[in-house]
Ligand binder design. Structure first.
Ligand SMILES: Cc1cc2nc3c(=O)[nH]c(=O)nc-3n(C[C@H](O)[C@H](O)[C@H](O)COP(=O)(O)OP(=O)(O)OC[C@H]3O[C@@H](n4cnc5c(N)ncnc54)[C@H](O)[C@@H]3O)c2cc1C
Length: 269
Protein backbone atom coordinates (compact mmCIF):
# COMPACT_ATOMS: atom_id res chain seq x y z
CA UNK A 1 0.00 0.00 0.00
CA UNK A 2 1.50 3.42 -0.94
CA UNK A 3 2.65 5.19 2.27
CA UNK A 4 0.73 8.44 1.87
CA UNK A 5 -2.65 6.69 1.61
CA UNK A 6 -5.09 5.81 4.38
CA UNK A 7 -7.47 2.86 4.26
CA UNK A 8 -10.29 2.95 6.81
CA UNK A 9 -11.54 -0.49 7.79
CA UNK A 10 -15.19 -0.34 8.76
CA UNK A 11 -17.08 -3.06 10.61
CA UNK A 12 -20.42 -1.31 10.46
CA UNK A 13 -22.48 -0.27 7.48
CA UNK A 14 -23.53 2.92 9.29
CA UNK A 15 -19.81 3.83 9.66
CA UNK A 16 -19.19 3.39 5.93
CA UNK A 17 -22.17 5.64 5.12
CA UNK A 18 -21.00 8.14 7.75
CA UNK A 19 -17.51 8.27 6.20
CA UNK A 20 -19.10 8.74 2.79
CA UNK A 21 -21.19 11.65 4.00
CA UNK A 22 -18.38 13.40 5.83
CA UNK A 23 -15.33 12.86 3.63
CA UNK A 24 -15.08 14.71 0.35
CA UNK A 25 -12.91 12.34 -1.66
CA UNK A 26 -13.35 8.84 -0.33
CA UNK A 27 -12.80 5.75 -2.44
CA UNK A 28 -14.59 2.53 -1.70
CA UNK A 29 -12.77 -0.77 -1.97
CA UNK A 30 -14.00 -4.34 -1.55
CA UNK A 31 -11.71 -7.21 -2.67
CA UNK A 32 -9.48 -4.61 -4.39
CA UNK A 33 -8.69 -7.06 -7.25
CA UNK A 34 -10.14 -4.65 -9.79
CA UNK A 35 -8.49 -1.56 -8.30
CA UNK A 36 -5.05 -0.22 -9.19
CA UNK A 37 -3.44 0.55 -5.81
CA UNK A 38 -1.34 3.30 -7.42
CA UNK A 39 -4.47 5.24 -8.34
CA UNK A 40 -6.10 4.95 -4.90
CA UNK A 41 -7.34 8.25 -3.56
CA UNK A 42 -5.72 9.64 -0.39
CA UNK A 43 -8.47 8.08 1.73
CA UNK A 44 -10.36 4.90 1.04
CA UNK A 45 -12.73 2.73 3.01
CA UNK A 46 -12.78 -1.06 2.87
CA UNK A 47 -16.15 -2.80 3.14
CA UNK A 48 -14.77 -6.37 3.28
CA UNK A 49 -15.45 -6.89 6.98
CA UNK A 50 -18.92 -5.35 7.21
CA UNK A 51 -21.17 -8.26 8.38
CA UNK A 52 -24.34 -7.02 6.60
CA UNK A 53 -22.40 -6.96 3.33
CA UNK A 54 -21.22 -10.55 3.82
CA UNK A 55 -24.64 -12.10 4.43
CA UNK A 56 -26.18 -14.83 2.27
CA UNK A 57 -29.95 -15.30 2.60
CA UNK A 58 -31.53 -18.28 0.90
CA UNK A 59 -35.21 -18.01 -0.05
CA UNK A 60 -37.46 -20.27 -2.07
CA UNK A 61 -37.36 -18.13 -5.21
CA UNK A 62 -34.12 -16.17 -4.82
CA UNK A 63 -30.82 -15.90 -2.99
CA UNK A 64 -29.79 -12.52 -1.64
CA UNK A 65 -26.08 -11.82 -1.38
CA UNK A 66 -24.39 -9.01 0.50
CA UNK A 67 -22.27 -7.01 -1.94
CA UNK A 68 -18.98 -8.04 -0.25
CA UNK A 69 -19.61 -11.78 -0.62
CA UNK A 70 -16.72 -13.24 -2.60
CA UNK A 71 -17.21 -14.89 -5.99
CA UNK A 72 -16.05 -18.22 -4.45
CA UNK A 73 -18.71 -18.00 -1.74
CA UNK A 74 -21.41 -17.21 -4.30
CA UNK A 75 -20.35 -20.35 -6.19
CA UNK A 76 -20.22 -22.63 -3.13
CA UNK A 77 -23.47 -21.34 -1.62
CA UNK A 78 -25.32 -21.39 -4.95
CA UNK A 79 -24.20 -24.75 -6.34
CA UNK A 80 -27.28 -26.77 -7.30
CA UNK A 81 -29.56 -23.77 -6.73
CA UNK A 82 -28.35 -20.89 -8.88
CA UNK A 83 -28.96 -21.37 -12.64
CA UNK A 84 -26.08 -23.42 -14.09
CA UNK A 85 -25.13 -20.77 -16.68
CA UNK A 86 -24.56 -18.28 -13.85
CA UNK A 87 -22.28 -20.73 -12.02
CA UNK A 88 -20.39 -21.09 -15.32
CA UNK A 89 -20.05 -17.29 -15.54
CA UNK A 90 -18.82 -17.06 -11.92
CA UNK A 91 -16.31 -19.89 -12.50
CA UNK A 92 -14.91 -18.06 -15.54
CA UNK A 93 -13.78 -15.06 -13.46
CA UNK A 94 -10.02 -14.89 -12.85
CA UNK A 95 -8.22 -17.69 -10.99
CA UNK A 96 -9.26 -19.48 -7.81
CA UNK A 97 -7.11 -17.04 -5.79
CA UNK A 98 -8.83 -14.06 -7.43
CA UNK A 99 -12.31 -15.56 -6.88
CA UNK A 100 -11.48 -16.04 -3.17
CA UNK A 101 -10.97 -12.27 -2.78
CA UNK A 102 -13.03 -10.62 -5.54
CA UNK A 103 -16.58 -9.67 -4.56
CA UNK A 104 -19.87 -9.83 -6.42
CA UNK A 105 -20.42 -6.11 -5.72
CA UNK A 106 -17.00 -5.17 -7.12
CA UNK A 107 -17.79 -7.06 -10.32
CA UNK A 108 -21.05 -5.14 -10.77
CA UNK A 109 -19.74 -1.70 -9.71
CA UNK A 110 -16.39 -1.70 -11.53
CA UNK A 111 -16.19 1.26 -13.87
CA UNK A 112 -15.45 1.09 -17.58
CA UNK A 113 -15.96 -2.14 -19.48
CA UNK A 114 -18.89 -4.24 -18.22
CA UNK A 115 -17.49 -7.13 -16.21
CA UNK A 116 -18.34 -10.82 -16.59
CA UNK A 117 -21.44 -10.92 -14.38
CA UNK A 118 -23.16 -8.00 -16.08
CA UNK A 119 -24.75 -9.99 -18.93
CA UNK A 120 -26.04 -12.92 -16.80
CA UNK A 121 -27.39 -10.65 -14.06
CA UNK A 122 -29.10 -8.38 -16.59
CA UNK A 123 -30.58 -11.44 -18.35
CA UNK A 124 -31.96 -12.64 -15.00
CA UNK A 125 -33.01 -9.09 -14.10
CA UNK A 126 -31.39 -9.35 -10.67
CA UNK A 127 -32.45 -6.81 -8.04
CA UNK A 128 -29.96 -4.45 -6.45
CA UNK A 129 -30.18 -2.65 -3.12
CA UNK A 130 -28.37 0.69 -3.12
CA UNK A 131 -27.93 2.90 -0.06
CA UNK A 132 -26.71 6.35 0.78
CA UNK A 133 -26.79 8.01 4.19
CA UNK A 134 -30.43 9.04 3.70
CA UNK A 135 -32.22 6.30 1.83
CA UNK A 136 -32.31 2.75 0.51
CA UNK A 137 -33.37 2.13 -3.08
CA UNK A 138 -34.19 -1.09 -4.89
CA UNK A 139 -33.17 -1.05 -8.55
CA UNK A 140 -33.97 -3.71 -11.14
CA UNK A 141 -30.84 -4.59 -13.11
CA UNK A 142 -32.54 -3.52 -16.36
CA UNK A 143 -32.78 0.03 -14.94
CA UNK A 144 -29.31 0.03 -13.38
CA UNK A 145 -26.85 2.60 -14.71
CA UNK A 146 -24.10 2.31 -12.13
CA UNK A 147 -23.88 3.23 -8.45
CA UNK A 148 -23.89 7.03 -7.97
CA UNK A 149 -21.08 8.77 -6.06
CA UNK A 150 -21.30 8.33 -2.28
CA UNK A 151 -23.72 5.45 -2.68
CA UNK A 152 -23.09 1.86 -1.79
CA UNK A 153 -24.38 -1.31 -3.43
CA UNK A 154 -25.44 -3.35 -0.42
CA UNK A 155 -27.33 -6.41 -1.73
CA UNK A 156 -27.79 -8.42 -4.89
CA UNK A 157 -30.93 -10.55 -5.18
CA UNK A 158 -30.61 -13.33 -7.74
CA UNK A 159 -33.80 -15.11 -8.91
CA UNK A 160 -33.65 -18.92 -8.97
CA UNK A 161 -35.33 -19.25 -12.36
CA UNK A 162 -35.12 -22.34 -14.52
CA UNK A 163 -34.75 -21.77 -18.23
CA UNK A 164 -35.05 -24.54 -20.84
CA UNK A 165 -32.06 -23.25 -22.77
CA UNK A 166 -29.27 -21.45 -20.91
CA UNK A 167 -26.18 -20.34 -22.77
CA UNK A 168 -23.29 -18.30 -21.36
CA UNK A 169 -20.19 -17.48 -23.41
CA UNK A 170 -17.33 -15.02 -23.20
CA UNK A 171 -15.30 -13.38 -25.93
CA UNK A 172 -11.76 -12.10 -25.43
CA UNK A 173 -9.19 -13.86 -23.27
CA UNK A 174 -10.32 -16.49 -20.74
CA UNK A 175 -10.21 -15.82 -16.99
CA UNK A 176 -9.12 -12.22 -17.31
CA UNK A 177 -10.38 -8.97 -18.80
CA UNK A 178 -9.11 -7.09 -21.85
CA UNK A 179 -10.58 -4.22 -23.90
CA UNK A 180 -12.04 -6.93 -26.20
CA UNK A 181 -13.80 -8.83 -23.39
CA UNK A 182 -17.56 -9.26 -23.40
CA UNK A 183 -20.08 -11.72 -22.01
CA UNK A 184 -23.08 -13.19 -23.78
CA UNK A 185 -26.18 -14.72 -22.22
CA UNK A 186 -29.06 -16.40 -24.07
CA UNK A 187 -32.01 -17.80 -22.13
CA UNK A 188 -35.16 -19.38 -23.54
CA UNK A 189 -38.29 -20.75 -21.90
CA UNK A 190 -40.45 -22.92 -24.14
CA UNK A 191 -44.11 -23.82 -23.69
CA UNK A 192 -46.31 -25.98 -25.93
CA UNK A 193 -43.87 -25.81 -28.84
CA UNK A 194 -43.45 -22.04 -28.67
CA UNK A 195 -40.90 -19.57 -27.33
CA UNK A 196 -42.65 -18.33 -24.18
CA UNK A 197 -39.80 -16.09 -23.00
CA UNK A 198 -36.33 -15.14 -24.21
CA UNK A 199 -33.46 -12.99 -22.95
CA UNK A 200 -30.50 -11.98 -25.06
CA UNK A 201 -27.71 -9.88 -23.51
CA UNK A 202 -24.23 -9.06 -24.72
CA UNK A 203 -22.16 -6.79 -22.46
CA UNK A 204 -18.61 -5.51 -22.73
CA UNK A 205 -17.68 -2.00 -23.81
CA UNK A 206 -21.32 -1.65 -24.86
CA UNK A 207 -24.50 -3.50 -24.05
CA UNK A 208 -26.87 -5.28 -26.43
CA UNK A 209 -30.14 -5.67 -24.58
CA UNK A 210 -33.41 -4.98 -26.36
CA UNK A 211 -36.82 -5.91 -24.88
CA UNK A 212 -38.31 -4.94 -28.29
CA UNK A 213 -36.10 -7.52 -30.02
CA UNK A 214 -37.07 -10.13 -27.42
CA UNK A 215 -40.79 -9.29 -27.72
CA UNK A 216 -40.64 -9.86 -31.49
CA UNK A 217 -39.39 -13.41 -30.84
CA UNK A 218 -41.78 -14.38 -28.02
CA UNK A 219 -44.61 -16.53 -29.39
CA UNK A 220 -42.57 -17.91 -32.31
CA UNK A 221 -43.32 -21.57 -33.09
CA UNK A 222 -40.53 -24.13 -32.75
CA UNK A 223 -38.48 -25.47 -34.39
CA UNK A 224 -36.91 -22.36 -35.94
CA UNK A 225 -36.13 -22.68 -39.65
CA UNK A 226 -32.82 -21.47 -41.16
CA UNK A 227 -34.80 -18.71 -42.90
CA UNK A 228 -36.28 -17.54 -39.59
CA UNK A 229 -32.82 -17.47 -38.02
CA UNK A 230 -31.48 -15.40 -40.92
CA UNK A 231 -34.37 -12.97 -40.35
CA UNK A 232 -33.64 -12.73 -36.61
CA UNK A 233 -29.95 -12.09 -37.26
CA UNK A 234 -30.91 -9.26 -39.65
CA UNK A 235 -33.16 -7.80 -36.90
CA UNK A 236 -30.28 -8.04 -34.42
CA UNK A 237 -27.99 -6.20 -36.87
CA UNK A 238 -30.51 -3.34 -37.00
CA UNK A 239 -30.68 -3.12 -33.17
CA UNK A 240 -26.85 -3.23 -33.04
CA UNK A 241 -26.57 -0.45 -35.62
CA UNK A 242 -29.14 1.73 -33.85
CA UNK A 243 -27.21 1.50 -30.59
CA UNK A 244 -24.80 4.40 -31.19
CA UNK A 245 -22.22 3.23 -28.65
CA UNK A 246 -21.53 0.14 -30.78
CA UNK A 247 -20.03 2.42 -33.48
CA UNK A 248 -16.67 2.41 -31.71
CA UNK A 249 -16.50 -1.37 -31.28
CA UNK A 250 -14.00 -3.19 -33.51
CA UNK A 251 -15.84 -5.16 -36.29
CA UNK A 252 -14.58 -8.45 -34.75
CA UNK A 253 -16.78 -7.83 -31.68
CA UNK A 254 -19.92 -7.48 -33.81
CA UNK A 255 -18.98 -10.60 -35.82
CA UNK A 256 -18.43 -12.62 -32.61
CA UNK A 257 -21.72 -11.42 -31.14
CA UNK A 258 -23.68 -12.35 -34.29
CA UNK A 259 -21.98 -15.79 -34.41
CA UNK A 260 -22.89 -16.45 -30.78
CA UNK A 261 -26.46 -15.38 -31.46
CA UNK A 262 -26.76 -17.58 -34.56
CA UNK A 263 -25.29 -20.59 -32.74
CA UNK A 264 -27.75 -20.03 -29.90
CA UNK A 265 -30.78 -19.80 -32.21
CA UNK A 266 -29.57 -23.02 -33.88
CA UNK A 267 -30.23 -24.81 -30.57
CA UNK A 268 -33.90 -24.17 -31.35
CA UNK A 269 -33.97 -25.85 -34.78
C1 LIG B 1 -5.77 -11.69 -12.64
C2 LIG B 1 -7.17 -11.09 -12.67
C3 LIG B 1 -8.13 -11.70 -13.45
C4 LIG B 1 -9.42 -11.16 -13.51
N1 LIG B 1 -10.35 -11.78 -14.28
C5 LIG B 1 -11.60 -11.26 -14.36
C6 LIG B 1 -12.57 -11.90 -15.17
O1 LIG B 1 -12.35 -12.94 -15.80
N2 LIG B 1 -13.81 -11.32 -15.22
C7 LIG B 1 -14.12 -10.19 -14.51
O2 LIG B 1 -15.26 -9.74 -14.58
N3 LIG B 1 -13.21 -9.57 -13.76
C8 LIG B 1 -11.95 -10.07 -13.66
N4 LIG B 1 -11.03 -9.44 -12.89
C9 LIG B 1 -11.37 -8.16 -12.25
C10 LIG B 1 -11.87 -8.27 -10.78
O3 LIG B 1 -11.15 -9.24 -10.09
C11 LIG B 1 -13.33 -8.68 -10.63
O4 LIG B 1 -14.14 -7.93 -11.50
C12 LIG B 1 -13.86 -8.55 -9.21
O5 LIG B 1 -15.17 -9.10 -9.11
C13 LIG B 1 -13.86 -7.15 -8.65
O6 LIG B 1 -14.27 -7.28 -7.29
P1 LIG B 1 -13.44 -6.58 -6.11
O7 LIG B 1 -14.18 -6.86 -4.85
O8 LIG B 1 -12.02 -6.97 -6.11
O9 LIG B 1 -13.61 -5.06 -6.53
P2 LIG B 1 -12.75 -3.78 -6.09
O10 LIG B 1 -11.49 -3.74 -6.89
O11 LIG B 1 -12.62 -3.69 -4.62
O12 LIG B 1 -13.75 -2.64 -6.60
C14 LIG B 1 -13.98 -2.44 -7.98
C15 LIG B 1 -14.79 -1.13 -8.14
O13 LIG B 1 -16.11 -1.31 -7.64
C16 LIG B 1 -16.38 -0.36 -6.58
N5 LIG B 1 -17.15 -1.10 -5.58
C17 LIG B 1 -16.83 -2.33 -5.05
N6 LIG B 1 -17.82 -2.74 -4.24
C18 LIG B 1 -18.77 -1.76 -4.24
C19 LIG B 1 -20.04 -1.60 -3.59
N7 LIG B 1 -20.52 -2.53 -2.77
N8 LIG B 1 -20.75 -0.47 -3.82
C20 LIG B 1 -20.27 0.49 -4.65
N9 LIG B 1 -19.08 0.40 -5.30
C21 LIG B 1 -18.34 -0.71 -5.11
C22 LIG B 1 -15.02 0.11 -6.10
O14 LIG B 1 -15.09 1.41 -5.57
C23 LIG B 1 -14.20 0.05 -7.37
O15 LIG B 1 -14.44 1.21 -8.15
C24 LIG B 1 -9.73 -9.97 -12.78
C25 LIG B 1 -8.75 -9.36 -11.98
C26 LIG B 1 -7.48 -9.91 -11.93
C27 LIG B 1 -6.44 -9.24 -11.06
Amino acid sequence: MPRNKTVLISNKLTDVLFHFKNTDELQLIAGCTGTDLNTLKEKSVSIRTVPELNSIERHERYIEYGAAVTISKVISSGAGRLPSFLIEALMSIGTEQIRNIATIGGNICAKGIKHTLWAPLLALNARLEIKDSNETRIVQFNKFEGVPEKNLLTKVRIPLEEWDIQIFRRIGPSNTLSPLSASFTFLVETQRGMIANIRVVFAGNTVFYSPEFENKIIGTRLPLSEKMIDGLIEEAKIVYKEEKTFENEPPIVKAQFLNLLRNSFEQLT
